[in-house]
Design a protein around this ligand. Structure first.
Ligand code: NAD
Ligand code: TYD
Length: 356
């Protein structure tokens, strides 16, 4: 049974946040209320939860709100007697952080600071509230051919995105240490699954295949990422929020390392098979493009701590997860059309021209 009755999710209209809200309602014994605050940036899409709004109308509340707005967040937290905040809201794409780091500093650092101030106020008033901060393995930097990130690995962020996430992690830790607020942190590897915005590797490639566009591989394509199915990540976050020790950090990973080019080749084969096209149809679209500046070579997570202490493990194999993900995009063409229009379209054209 869950410890909480009223959960505030930040960034619930984004990829992982929407999957988390769905997971909580559909797959757990949580019977309380969920309040989703999201200011709906280009990557926040209320359609991600349109069925949830009707199915759980008595237990779901949406507030269009920027996390930086301290007064309003206080109001929402107090009115709804929130006893857990799960903080997903962020600017989340490394490429965007290279083109324009300012928003990353605002949302990821100042926004997290503002939420921590809300928690500090409630804590000082004697209210019981836990803050779970969702972070990334990118704060640890880049690995060589061997080794894995542990919770104790020193931070070495190398992109404006990872630097902003590292800063927010440090603030969360400092607030726990200094003010005694109840916090937990998770650092996870690359998520994949339904509702991911098509600027990240997997959905971008799946969508480009559907529209016959090139598949741009950065550098030599040998960079390695550790892929985690989003539903498994959501389960880990919920376990940590409920059973994690206060003040602790937990790594969450897929134990599933792939070079980008091998992953893309598999994706091309799955897409061709599902669309009943010849096997090499999409591989022909692969093009090597100039590398991302400062491109981290390899990420790999050691997640023994959460396995041993909380009993979490991955439940979806990569073969299953990839297939489900590709099928989801193939079955949700209207969703793709909606998220790719408007602001995203003009940003892509401005920064990448025909390249993506
Ligand atoms: P996303 O970009 O899909 O969603 C972010 C959501 O936050 C959007 O709905 C957006 O509208 C909202 N948001 C942004 N700024 C906001 C603000 N100032 N106020 C309120 N809402 C705001 O991101 P995601 O992939 O779902 O990532 C969620 C979290 O998980 C982030 O903190 C990210 O750093 C972390 N993370 C993601 C991955 C991954 O592979 N996607 C891996 C590790 C960690
Ligand atoms: P991405 O999905 O942006 O996640 P992250 O940079 O946070 O790991 O990228 C995953 C990997 O794919 C990364 O090594 C960069 C590479 N990549 C490409 O080769 N081409 C692309 O168009 C994109 C978006 C990413």
């Amino acid at each position: 049974m869950s410890n909480f009755s009223s959960v505030l999710v930040t960034g619930g209209c984004g990829f992982i946040g929407a999957n988390f809200i769905r997971y909580l309602f559909d797959e757990t014994d949580f019977r309380g209320k969920i309040i989703n605050i999201d200011c709906l940036t280009y990557s926040g899409n209320p359609e991600n939860l349109s069925d949830i709004v009707t199915k759980y109308s008595d237990r779901y509340v949406f507030e269009k709100l920027d996390i930086i707005n301290y007064q309003e967040v206080c109001r929402v937290v107090e009115t709804n007697k929130v006893d857990l905040i799960v903080h997903f809201a962020a600017e989340s794409h490394v490429d965007r952080s290279i083109h324009g780091p300012g928003e990353f500093v605002q949302t990821n650092i100042v926004g997290t600071f503002s939420l921590l101030e809300v928690v500090r106020k409630l804590h000082a008033e004697g209210k019981k509230i836990r803050f779970h901060h969702v972070s990334t393995d990118e704060v640890f930097g880049s690995l060589g051919e061997t080794g894995k990130f542990l919770e104790t690995t020193p931070y070495d962020p190398r992109s404006p995105y990872s630097a902003s996430k590292a800063s927010s992690d440090m603030l969360v830790r400092a607030y726990s240490h200094t003010y005694g607020i109840d916090i937990t942190i998770s650092n996870c590897s690359n998520n994949y699954g339904p509702y991911q915005f098509p600027e990240k590797l997997l959905p971008l490639m799946i969508c480009n295949m559907l529209s016959g566009k090139n598949l741009p591989v950065y550098g030599d394509g040998k960079n390695i990422r550790d892929w985690l199915y989003v539903r498994d990540h959501c389960e880990a976050v919920w376990m940590i929020a409920n059973k994690g020790k206060s003040g602790q950090t937990y790594n969450v990973g897929g134990e599933n390392e792939w070079t980008n080019i091998d992953l893309l080749n598999s994706l091309c084969e799955i897409s061709a098979e599902l669309l009943k096209k010849p096997r090499d149809t999409f591989k022909k679209l692969i093009v090597y493009v100039p590398d991302r500046p400062g491109h981290d070579r390899r990420y790999a997570i050691d997640c023994e701590k959460i396995k041993k202490e909380l009993g979490w493990k991955q439940s979806v194999t990569f073969a299953e997860g990839l297939r489900k993900t590709v099928e989801w995009y193939h079955n949700n063409l209207t969703w793709i059309e909606h998220v790719k229009s408007g602001e995203y379209k003009s940003w892509l054209e401005k920064n990448y021209g025909e390249r993506k």
